[in-house]
Design a protein around this ligand. Structure first.
Ligand SMILES: Cc1ncc(COP(=O)(O)O)c(C=O)c1O
Length: 388
């Protein structure tokens, strides 16, 4: 059976058949605490009753109509997105990579082909399609797939002089993840992002924030840019936006949207009606101030308790914000993930050495406590195995 699939994922053993809140249940009935949210997707956990209710209702009315027509689920989603992102114009698609692709086209089109170069960060991750892959500042993802899309250069993250030097009169955009996710949970410095904003305004270059992982409340703010106090020209969302259904969005200004015309870009499935009603349910819950405050509080609790892990010799550094954390180890993380799965905990890696935690935002303090306890035990056990 396994060889029916492309060998592109290194999968773990359990086959999940059901989910309840932050818990996943496998085919043998074993329960797992999910600290991965399906890689940052299930912000409301699994089978959230409000998401289920709205998708059920919509599924009895209409699944899909083409984007040659307007539809109510898209209107409703965009109204919420406008108020939460403080943006005016939106392009809906199906995934993170598609949102990145669209933003690259929009940025080039905005300058009518006069500016076309795009600068991204070393160690960044923006997706696997050619534009998104070209924007991704990690060699390992490029190998075997060159030539990439022309016009991309990479600069060190958190280094304003390097960015200054790289911008020229043909640069149309700078794309940044406010917190690098897949690259190992590296936070932008506040001062740096402010300087990037000033510089891009001075140089007439669009600033794109890839908030595909950091957005939708992950950091305790609806967008991470709010924590940084910086407003980008374009914000990209996906992952958690569709509550588990495929949905991405490019969120921007009317001015940038107006540079496009009918036929300049499009997608058959983008903004699918079921995904949009699920998205509206997510936004109604996550976009609430009280909900976000609770995420910040849980984030503080997690931070305080995770820092104890620094006593364990294989733990090098711990970085994060809200409910997005990376525990950098000086060993490979795969065996730790396997051991956690044995104990009924699903976590993630970011690169080879970082244990990444992206729990559903609805996780309780008790569940966080249970998670930390298990992680601590597994890391400690690994240390004593080393000594033995
Ligand atoms: C910051 C960021 N951008 C883009 C993507 C690509 O999203 P997708 O896998 O939905 O294409 C990811 C996925 O991990 C991501 O973390």
């Amino acid at each position: 059976m396994e060889d029916r699939f492309f060998p592109i994922y290194k999968r773990f053993k359990p086959v999940f058949v059901r989910g309840e809140g932050v818990w996943l249940i496998d085919e043998n009935g074993k329960r797992y605490l999910d600290l991965s949210s399906g890689i940052g997707v299930n912000a409301l956990g699994h089978a959230h009753p409000e998401v289920v209710r709205r998708v059920k209702e919509q599924s009895e009315k209409l699944f899909h109509v083409s984007n040659l027509f307007y539809n109510l689920p898209q209107f409703e989603l965009l109204e919420r997105l406008a108020s939460l992102t403080k943006r005016e114009a939106f392009f809906l698609c199906n995934s993170g990579a598609e949102a990145v692709e669209a933003s690259i086209k929009f940025a080039r089109k905005f300058y009518q082909g006069k500016k076309w170069k795009i600068i991204s960060m070393n160690n960044s991750f923006h997706g696997r399609t050619y534009g998104a892959l070209s924007a991704t500042g990690q060699k390992k993802y490029h190998e075997g797939f060159e030539p990439l899309v022309p016009g991309f250069t990479y600069v060190p993250f958190n280094d304003i002089s390097a960015l200054k030097e790289a911008i020229d009169e043909e640069t149309c955009a700078v794309i940044i993840e406010p917190i690098q996710g897949e690259g190992g949970i590296h936070l932008a410095n506040k001062e740096y992002l402010k300087e990037v904003r000033e510089l891009t305004l001075e140089e007439d270059v669009l600033l794109i924030f890839d908030e595909i992982q950091t957005g939708i409340g992950r950091t305790g703010y609806f967008l991470a840019e709010e924590f940084y106090g910086v407003k980008a020209d374009i914000v990209l969302l996906a992952k958690a936006l569709g509550g588990g259904l495929p949905l991405g969005a490019v969120c921007t200004s009317k001015e940038i949207a107006k540079a496009m015309e009918p036929g300049a870009h499009g997608t058959t499935m983008g903004g699918n009606l079921l995904a949009c009603v699920a998205g509206s349910a997510v936004l109604d819950i996550v976009g609430n101030d009280k909900f976000l405050k609770e995420v910040r509080e849980k984030g503080e609790y997690l931070e305080k308790n995770l820092m104890d892990l620094l006593e364990i010799p294989i733990v090098k550094e711990i970085r994060g914000k809200g409910l997005m954390w990376g525990i950098e180890l000086n060993i490979k993380v795969r065996e730790i993930l396997e051991e956690l799965i044995e104990r009924g905990i699903v976590a993630l890696s970011a690169g080879e050495n970082v244990l990444r935690l992206l729990p559903p935002l609805i996780i309780t303090q008790e569940e966080l406590e249970l998670s930390i306890e298990n992680i601590k035990e597994v890391l400690k056990k690994r240390c004593s195995n080393n000594e033995g």
